[in-house]
Design a protein around this ligand. Structure first.
Ligand code: NAD
Ligand code: ZN
Length: 361
């Protein structure tokens, strides 16, 4: 297995990347003295992977409990967290018991939130099963639930003690969910790593087709890049905000359409195109580089245009409500070249308007 270390002092942990969900129990034994474990998952994932994970844990000597949450972002809620706390009490979990988050970002965030808060913190191992979760949400310790008023409004920074990735689980992931993850993969190339971006230009087709060699390299590189950022700035006081490239406009589009029209990765893809165009208009990014980024997004099967049913005004208005607004200013992460971005809060509104108008054509 490949190992990527996230170095955070006594909160440091490994990300193990391989093909061995069936070995998770044996591996976990090396990382914990706990005996009781609670697998948090949903029925979609359970159908494919629960038995394998459960059996492996049992064979390694863990006592295994299971809690299933219905499938969907709307269940990343305080109500579901409360149901999970009740399970933790019912199964008499104690300080050394472990929580196993087996699923995509929704399960990971929810299970992580429960782990962070139940008895002031139980150890959690993240077992991400979507590409997005493997390259992004399982690494870095952000855990949260949504409120009716907005996404991820209640949460914590709470690092897992291990991230255990089986790449083979992506074989059952629907293609559009693969694309969601690919938007984040492209994001890492643009913000941090030109060589990786060039690799993606060559291999994006293979990635879509789940070529395991490519997948392994991509997931490992993304984990390394994210780990590097988190090590520098765990609590998003500065550097970590570059991970929001494409997300300023992306979040606005998602919020404006009630999270129904766009998948997260689609909104981020459009947001990345928007950010590149803003950067170009600000005189920071060359047109040919912008074209190159747009081409890769398109090759990944991701959109680069906003549906005409939204108005420019409504988008601009929602942008200014984005929670990344600081002192009334909207912050954009803008590329200067491939592999380097800056955070700017001084983009003139006419440029934003122009770019959004252009994205609707
Ligand atoms: N904590 C962070 O740093 C962070 C970062 C990015 C996103 N997020 C959060 O992640 C969530 C989105 O995560 P997601 O994109 O993984 O979505 P998701 O968890 O909803 O999973 C997408 C769909 O795929 C299904 N699925 C998962 N794994 C599967 C598999 N191997 N085979 C078949 N189906 C499978 C799920 O049941 C679900 O229907 C959002 O709530 C977002 O806020 C968190
Ligand atoms: Zn994202």
């Amino acid at each position: 297995m490949k190992t990527v270390r996230v170095g955070l002092g006594e909160k440091s942990y490994d990300i193990l990347i391989g093909y061995a969900l069936g070995e998770i129990g044996r591996m976990l034994k090396k990382y914990t003295k706990g005996i009781k474990s609670l697998i948090v998952t949903n029925p979609t994932i359970a159908e494919y992977y629960l038995e394998k994970a459960k059996k492996s844990l049992q064979e390694a000597g863990f006592q295994v409990f299971v809690a299933q949450v219905p499938d969907g972002e709307e269940y990343k809620s305080q109500a579901e967290a409360s149901r999970l706390y009740a399970k933790c009490v019912e199964y008499r979990l104690e300080r050394e018991s472990i929580i196993v988050g087996l699923g995509g970002g929704v399960i990971g965030d929810l299970a992580g939130y429960v782990a962070a808060t139940f008895m002031r913190g139980l150890p959690i191992v993240q077992v991400p099963t979507t590409l997005l979760a493997q390259v992004d949400s399982s690494v870095g310790g952000k855990v949260a639930v949504n409120l009716p008023e907005g996404k991820n409004l209640v949460g914590a920074f709470y690092q897992p003690f291990l991230v255990y990735i089986d790449l083979a689980v992506l074989k059952t992931l629907p293609v559009d969910e693969m694309e969601v993850g690919m938007a984040e993969v492209i994001k890492y190339g643009v913000i941090l790593d030109k060589k990786f971006f060039e690799y993606l230009e060559k291999k994006i087709g293979e990635l879509r087709e789940l070529d395991m060699e490519v997948l392994e390299r991509v997931v490992a590189r993304c984990c390394q890049l994210k780990a590097g950022v988190v090590e520098e700035d765990e609590r998003e006081k500065g550097l970590r905000s570059i991970l929001n490239f494409g997300h300023t406009l992306g979040h606005a589009l998602e919020a404006l359409t009630d999270y129904k029209k766009y998948k997260h990765g689609e909104a981020v893809a459009i947001g990345m195109v928007g950010a590149c165009r803003i950067a170009e208009k600000m005189g920071m990014l060359k047109k040919e580089v912008r074209d190159r980024i747009e081409r890769l997004i398109e090759k990944a099967g991701l959109p680069g245009r906003i549906g005409a049913e939204l108005s420019v005004d409504s988008i601009v208005q929602v942008l200014s409500l984005d929670k990344k607004v600081r002192a009334g200013k909207v912050r954009f992460v803008l590329p200067e070249r491939i592999g380097r971005v800056v955070v700017r809060d001084d983009v003139p509104e006419d440029i934003v308007r122009d770019v959004i108008t252009g994205l609707m054509e």
